[in-house]
Ligand binder design. Structure first.
Ligand SMILES: [Zn+2]
Length: 422
């Protein structure tokens, strides 16, 4: 079977049996690859020429497949399996979640986490890889671990602890049947070879997962036979995107909206570089974006959470060169401070009072009396809101950041909530 026919068949199989993965596959980019040696023997035009003997994946939604690996070395069922494996790496943001971990151990941890859910779903994978049993056991040369119910981060921690005891398994990363491209070098290479690799951002990936889940849901079988893997992916979206990333997404959105408005006034004079807003020297005022942080001071926000939140606002102010209004509220808005675009906040003289009742509508009442209306309000609260009908500023986007010990169960009816865990 030719490689193109193989991909066509795979799509049909996904469509019939695994709708969620069918939707994912249609949203990701498949790049067929030959190695230099293979290209020399058979011709290489139309293929990426790269030392990828099996498969590779990057964070931007690209799946690189050596066509001989797919058509000759593994079975059709295993082709389905390895495609699922790569789609899961992308959907779970594995290439972006590495942080400052060691790549080899992270490769092992993520492969074990993915392969375990695929095995539980009865999916075939090429033998000899990092494939735990159905109950989650996996044997390295020196020791065994169990990955059932564990995140990649937890598995990594165990591998690292073992390495500290002298049981370093990083060389077993070679057993994986794919390469994990953290730096995005492969997509640059593909671009240079005249291909058009995907350029998905973290938010794009999250949207792809949401869209795939809702499309699959519309069809009767939803996740069907790949239920464990689908739940692994959809359930992990929020866990991965921590509160800082979500807050940053909202602020980026508002800043881009302002940028577009500015662009409309003065074409070609605004930097397009992502995440950077460069105000121009001009007599015209730059439209202000009103970003507001509304902090619950009713006594239930731990000092540690408050410090982390302030630190993040400082970062955002500096990154986006923007200002924040910071409101401190309990039964009413008790204090309003301004954070400037360098992240400096007016002195909170006498500390933040608070300690009274909790009335989240007080933020709206405050803005009802002001000239300006905020575009975006991020609330920091424990989420214990017992007003009959909480009210919010009309026309302002909002995000609720819930303290580490707070509850999302009440405010999630009014907007996106995210727990402050890290
Ligand atoms: Zn992998």
């Amino acid at each position: 079977m030719s490689f193109q026919d193989l991909l066509g068949s795979a799509l049909i199989t996904f469509s019939k049996r695994y709708p969620f993965f069918n939707e994912l596959m249609m949203r990701m980019r498949i790049i067929p690859v030959k190695t230099a040696e293979q290209a020399e023997k058979t011709g290489g035009s139309g293929y990426m020429i790269e030392e990828i003997p099996t498969m590779a994946v990057d964070a931007k939604g690209n799946i690189y497949i050596n066509i001989y690996f797919a058509t000759e070395s593994i079975s059709y069922k295993e082709v389905i399996g390895v495609l699922c494996h790569e789609m899961m790496h992308i959907s779970l943001h594995h290439l972006r979640r590495i942080g400052n971990r060691q790549p080899k151990l992270w490769n092992i941890a993520t492969d074990l986490a993915i392969n375990h859910t695929l095995v539980k779903d009865g999916i075939s994978l090429p033998a000899g890889g990092l494939i735990p049993s159905v109950n989650g056991d996996f044997d390295f040369d020196d020791y065994s671990i169990n990955v059932e119910g564990k995140s990649s981060e937890e598995i990594y921690k165990e591998l690292q602890d073992e390495a500290a005891k002298g049981n370093d398994v990083s060389d077993e990363a070679e057993k994986g049947f794919d390469q994990h491209d953290y730096e995005g070098e492969l997509s640059n290479e593909a671009q240079e070879q005249g291909m058009r690799p995907g350029r998905m951002s973290e938010d794009d990936v999250q949207k792809v997962v949401q869209d795939a889940a809702s499309e699959a849901q519309k069809r009767s079988k939803a996740g069907s036979d790949l239920g464990n893997s689908m739940r692994h992916i959809t359930g992990d979206q929020k866990a991965k995107l921590d509160w800082r990333a979500i807050l940053r997404r909202y602020v980026t959105f508002e800043m881009n909206r302002t940028k577009r408005a500015t662009l409309y006034d003065r074409p070609a004079r605004v930097s397009h570089s992502i995440g950077t807003y460069v105000p121009m020297k001009t007599d015209k005022p730059i439209p202000t974006v009103t970003l507001v942080a509304a902090i619950d001071t009713s006594g239930s926000v731990p000092q540690e959470d408050l410090s982390k939140f302030h630190a993040e606002l400082t970062q955002l102010a500096r990154t986006f060169k923007t200002e924040f209004d910071i409101l401190y509220w309990d039964a009413s808005v008790e204090d309003v401070k301004r954070m400037d675009s360098r992240g400096n906040i007016e002195d909170i003289s006498g500390g933040v009072a608070g300690g009274g009742g909790t009335n989240i509508s007080s933020v709206k009442l405050y803005y009802d009396k002001q000239q300006t209306k905020p575009k975006f309000i991020v609330y920091l609260t424990d989420g214990e809101i017992y007003e009959d009908r909480p009210e919010f500023v009309q026309g302002a986007k909002k995000l609720f950041i819930i303290t580490s010990s707070g509850t999302e169960d009440i405010l999630n009816q009014y907007g996106e909530t995210v727990k402050m865990i890290d």
